[in-house]
Design a protein around this ligand. Structure first.
Ligand SMILES: [Zn+2]
Length: 387
């Protein structure tokens, strides 16, 4: 089996830490290969950096078998409750064992970090389509995505529970995810490599003028996504129960337009039609997976600046007084009674970063990422020693 640590690089100058993970899904080798190439280039060129670069390999056992996962999805188990159980030594699945090893590796990185930690999660997709980034909607994460010449997706992570970027974001890392095209696309490694250089340079860790192929790689990435909307938000996820019962209609690509009521898939023999008009993302064309597809729609850059302004003005502190809205003990959560609150209240909460919806006793609990505007002085510590 492969090694957990792909490599690290430090030239003695303090600064931010870049933590990259490739291959969290075992059938997606491009991210890990790209991390290796970046480290090779840094060493060959003796590039001086501000801060530290650490590259880890995600799911070692699934990589050895070239499958997405063994028992369960390693990118869906990072809820605080499960992490606490894994830390306490309750290990039942292959993925819990991998997660425990990753947690131990993360702790070493966080212990050595002198400044903010930037976490990057590298993936590829089963469907054909253009590369894109996805970020949990904090202003700090948005800043990281700003220099990307590919579409930025908001609200994807918030449709899911237990994603690694969400978990590390809520511990205080700045986070960004990248999908570098189809798993077997020969260009996927270069797309991932370009994405890593973009994050390293825009975070001020690596000087852009020292990266030998920077312009060439970024141009290639830009060329791959020409004509796609720069920002989209995910509106809908189709969750699947039994993988064998779900069949996506053939031929859908990431970003393909779909119309409301268009037939997209079959599940347990029944038709699955689009809930709304938009662009399809991550249609499932592989043996393993828990999400059938997502539907997104373009998000106007104007609203991005409006939302940044509203957050800086702390609009969230008084919108909880709207009818049908109430505060929760944690300021990153609010409750909304959909039978009382006006329809636009939810849209305003989206602008404020409250993108995660979970039902509770007939009302909706909305939540946002922690550390929207400001990084904590250190990454939050794990509770307990890893057993
Ligand atoms: Zn993946």
């Amino acid at each position: 089996m492969g090694e957990r640590i792909i490599g690290s690089y430090y030239t003695g100058v303090p600064g931010r830490t870049f933590l990259g993970v490739g291959g969290l899904h075992g059938n997606e080798p491009a991210g890990g290969l790209a991390l290796g190439r970046v480290l090779d280039t840094l060493r060959e060129q003796s590039i001086p950096v501000h801060g530290r670069i650490v590259a880890l390999s995600g799911h070692l056992e699934a990589q050895a078998r070239n499958v997405r996962f063994i028992d369960e999805d390693l990118n869906r188990l990072w809820t605080p409750e499960r992490v606490a159980r894994i830390v306490a030594g309750e290990i039942h699945t292959t993925e819990e064992r991998e997660a425990r090893e990753l947690l131990a590796a993360f702790e070493n990185v966080f212990d050595e970090a002198e400044d903010e930690v930037i976490f990057m999660d590298l993936h590829t997709t089963s469907a054909d389509g253009e590369p894109f980034t996805f970020v949990g909607d904090t202003l700090r994460n948005r800043e990281l995505a700003r220099d990307f010449p590919v579409p930025v997706i908001f609200g994807l992570e918030e449709q899911l529970d237990g994603g690694l970027t969400e978990y590390l974001g809520n511990r205080g890392c700045r986070t960004i995810g990248f999908e570098g095209g189809q798993h077997d696309d020969p260009d996927a490694v270069e797309y991932n490599e370009a994405a890593i250089w973009i994050v390293l340079t825009s975070a001020g860790i690596v000087p852009r003028n020292r990266v030998p192929r920077y312009r060439e790689l970024v141009k290639k990435l830009r060329g791959a996504t020409a004509g796609k909307p720069p920002v989209l938000e995910v509106r809908y996820r189709y969750p699947i129960g039994v993988r064998e019962q779900f069949e996506m209609l053939p031929g859908f690509r990431n970003f393909q337009r779909v119309k409301r009521d268009q037939l997209l898939a079959r599940d347990h023999g029944a038709e699955v039609r689009a809930e709304e008009t938009g662009r399809i993302l991550l249609p499932l064309y592989q043996a393993l997976g828990t999400d059938g597809f997502f539907i997104s729609r373009p998000f106007n850059a104007f609203w991005l600046s409006v939302s940044a302004m509203l957050r800086k003005l702390h609009l969230d502190r008084w919108i909880v007084r709207f009818p049908g809205v109430g505060p929760e003990p944690d300021a990153n959560y609010v409750r909304v009674d959909p039978s009382v609150a006006r329809w636009y209240v939810i849209e305003i909460f989206h602008l404020l970063g409250f993108r995660k919806h979970r039902p509770r006793d007939g009302i909706l609990i909305l939540s946002r990422r922690k550390y929207d505007l400001k990084a904590p002085s250190r990454v939050e510590p794990l509770t307990g020693e890893i057993h």
